[in-house]
Design a binder for this molecule. Structure first.
Ligand code: ZN
Ligand code: ZN
Length: 164
């Protein structure tokens, strides 16, 4: 009897829970169960600087994207990864905090939906932020706009503080 129950316990299959979206380590606005739950990668809530700090690869606030150990090693892979995390996933959202200028990743490639908005615009919409909203910024609406404003964006959209 005792032996049986012990066996049963030991043979209990591991219950593998479905991976759940973790609450965003940056904004922490929505709990795990909330339909708006998301990770830093998809966060649209700009910081007081107008960018999204923390690491979009790890959903952690302990380091920025630039210093992430999970980033790809080879230049070609890294370029693709940078493009995805700093441009493609940021359509209509504030830029990720990084010392890289995302407009420099834009050559002839267009993101599927749109480009990141500027930090200035992120600050304008910050108080009314709701997850899932994508904004159009006149400065970054089209590839032509990004090219036209390239010098300005190169200067304004990078993080110049310490810590990356
Ligand atoms: Zn968030
Ligand atoms: Zn990371």
């Amino acid at each position: 009897m005792d032996d049986d129950s012990e066996d049963e316990d030991r043979s209990q299959p591991l219950v593998l829970a479905e991976p759940q979206p973790r609450p965003c380590a940056h904004c922490q606005i929505y709990g795990r169960e909330d339909a708006n739950s998301h990770e830093i990668r998809d966060c649209g809530y700009g910081s007081k600087l107008g960018d999204v700090p923390g690491c979009p690869l790890c959903n952690r606030m302990t380091h920025y994207y630039d210093g992430c150990r999970k980033r790809k090693r080879s230049p070609a892979d890294r370029r693709h990864e940078d493009w995805k995390f700093l441009v493609e996933y940021r359509s209509g959202l504030p830029p990720v905090r990084t010392k890289m200028a995302w407009p420099d990743l834009v050559t002839n490639m267009q993101p599927t939906h749109g480009f990141p908005i500027t930090k200035d615009m992120a600050l304008q919409v910050r108080d009314n932020h709701r997850h899932g909203t994508q904004y159009h910024d006149p400065l970054t609406r089209t590839l032509g706009d990004v090219r036209k404003n390239l010098e300005r964006l190169r200067a304004s959209e990078v993080f110049t503080g310490m810590g990356c």
